[in-house]
Design a protein around this ligand. Sequence first.
Ligand code: ADP
Ligand code: MG
Length: 352
Amino acid sequence: MSEKRSEISQLGEFGLIDRISSNVKLANPTSLKGIGDDAAVIHAGENCLLISTDMLVEGIHFDLGYVPLQHLGYKAVAVNVSDIAAMNGVAEQITVSVALSNRFSVEAIDALYRGIAMACENYKVDLVGGDTTSSSSGLIISISVVGRANKERITYRSGAQVNDIICVTGDLGAAFMGLQVLEREKEVYLTNPEMQPSIEKYEYLIGRQLKPEARTDIVYDLAEAGVVPTSMIDVSDGLASELFHIVKNSGVGVRIYDDTIPIDQIAYETAVEFNLDPLTCALNGGEDYELLFTIKKEDQEKIKNHPDIHFIGYTHDRKDQNVLITKQGNVVPLRAQGWDHFDAGANLPEKE
Ligand code: ADP
Ligand code: MG
């Protein structure tokens, strides 16, 4: 008897998660939010616990050819803390699980945990447990994080209302350009090991790729300003992809303006150098770990002078009309390219 076999690549990562979650029912009244946001929300008295987990796999998420283990440890913690920040919460504890092949020495694991410890210190998070096992090839690192937030302040992907203002922090596309530079230098090195990499110009971009920071500062700044976003998500897959998560979960449409999308000058120049469109990189690059959120119109005044919060557009009532408006006034449908780990062929289109 032949059983039907369907390829995961046809569903994609999000399709697979949707399929898993459609069969999951929450039985405990304390499970306030399950699958489908940056973190799960668990009732715990006056506050809520926030729980999220992320796995990094060698060869898929990182290449130890140019990622130092210490940076990898730091980044693995930062991306988890970022998921808690995206719920408007504060991370407090992590557990770290590693699977190691015999390729790794004790010193290598020391370096990984030095990075983890640095991030824990920086974000004031305690490492409270984990698991250690062996792997047949390569390194896998999985981190779970526990955070906390007041119930009234938790921000979901689903809370955006019509006529909210769309905000994003920092700048976008630099981490992606950092990756392009690292990949290029690796190629150069492989063809000619005598060549010294020329990376000074790209220091900021490489830093954004290797050592991203979670925007915990924004969570504090918003609280200070008395603003609770109506919805929030962190930019891990790319601005366009994250906007579509808000569209899907909140049932609103989005309209953004190309000249408001924050792009770092060096990232812009480097994209041009790589024959890529800087705006496409900012919209789809991913791994920036900035925060994307919506606020009520009347709250704009409270954060309008924040140097690192940019107003990039509005929500409206047509969830099927998600557009980018160019400086020239052209209206372009937004497309989400994002990262799909099940589609190895996925790549950004070259500049026209
Ligand atoms: P993020 O990009 O913020 O890390 P993901 O896209 O990985 O989020 O996950 C989206 C949602 O799906 C989250 O709520 C996550 O907990 C859930 N999820 C992802 N993979 C699984 C899985 N294998 N089983 C159950 N839930 C999952
Ligand atoms: Mg997330």
